[in-house]
Design a binder for this molecule. Structure first.
Ligand SMILES: Nc1ncnc2c1ncn2[C@@H]1O[C@H](COP(=O)(O)OP(=O)(O)O)[C@@H](O)[C@H]1O
Ligand SMILES: [Mg+2]
Length: 257
């Protein structure tokens, strides 16, 4: 089945719901009739409190989990299984400890059978772009948390997905490293335009990065509000307009995000 869509729209989530049924406990309704659109080359942020159903929604969007109701369409085609056009960066990166940085980064194109010269060039380009030049032959245990996150980002871009999903990628980093990585992802995404869906529970992070922010309710996740963010880049977290938007979004959430 396919679906008509507006020009410039890549992905459509239409009335998606999900409930988990487990023995001896009440059904757990985690995603409630979520509809949203993702535009070509936009940096879309999904902002919502912890455990509200963000990751479940992403799993549905990326075809890893079927919705109970509703559908997801990529370029008009219904998603029913994982699609190589969609790439993921997780908080837990799953870097292979016995492989070097460059071997970890080139794993995707290697599995797709891309020749060593081409995939090395691509991997080196993104390793350089994320600021890890010189660390190509290091092993993950020799890197800091922020550097490992950079490896995960380089790996995701090297796979060359058309839509890049980042699920709270900086959630486990200390405050200073997180701030640096927000700067980095802002710079990288300006340089290498992709359609990005970035999930966070942090309002500043959302405002620092997003072209649009979709605010979700507590569990079950429902779309509460959609904000277009027109602030110029790079953004300034203490700019009065940034602070005004921060307060406006904060006032619209039930929780201290
Ligand atoms: N496979 C599953 N089976 C049962 N419950 C699940 C499953 N996956 C997630 N949940 C529950 O759904 C809720 C939302 O989870 P999640 O989407 O991971 O939240 P978050 O917004 O923090 O990413 C949580 O209460 C979680 O325990
Ligand atoms: Mg999550």
């Amino acid at each position: 089945m396919s679906m008509e869509q507006k020009a410039g729209t890549r992905l459509i989530v239409k009335d998606v719901s999900k409930t988990f049924y487990q023995k001896k406990i009440e059904p757990h309704h985690v995603v409630d009739k979520v509809s949203l659109e993702v535009k070509d080359n936009e940096f879309l942020v999904l902002l919502g409190p912890g455990h509200c159903g963000k990751t479940v929604l992403l799993n549905i969007v990326s075809g890893l989990m079927p919705p109970d109701e509703g559908s997801v369409y990529l370029d008009g085609e219904k998603i029913t299984k994982p699609n190589p056009k969609i790439g993921m960066v997780f908080q837990k990166l799953g870097l292979m400890p016995w492989k070097t940085v460059i071997e970890n980064v080139e794993i995707g194109p290697k599995l797709s059978g891309i020749n060593v010269k081409t995939r090395r060039e691509r991997a080196e380009y993104f390793i350089d772009l994320v600021g890890l030049k010189g660390f190509e032959n290091s092993y993950p245990h020799q890197l800091s948390g922020g550097m490992k996150q950079r490896v995960g980002i380089a790996r995701a871009y090297t796979n060359d997905p058309e839509i890049l999903i980042m699920d709270e990628p900086f959630g486990q980093l200390d405050a200073q490293t997180r701030y640096n990585m927000q700067n980095e992802i802002s710079r990288i995404s300006e340089h290498e335009k992709r359609t990005i869906i970035f999930v966070t529970n942090n309002i500043e992070e959302a405002l620092y990065l997003g072209d649009r922010i979709i605010l979700f309710t507590e569990c079950p996740a429902r779309v509460k509000e959609i904000y277009d963010i027109d602030l110029k880049r790079p953004r300034d977290m203490i700019d009065p307009e940034f602070l005004r938007l921060r307060k406006m979004i904060s006032n619209n959430t039930d929780l201290a995000l």
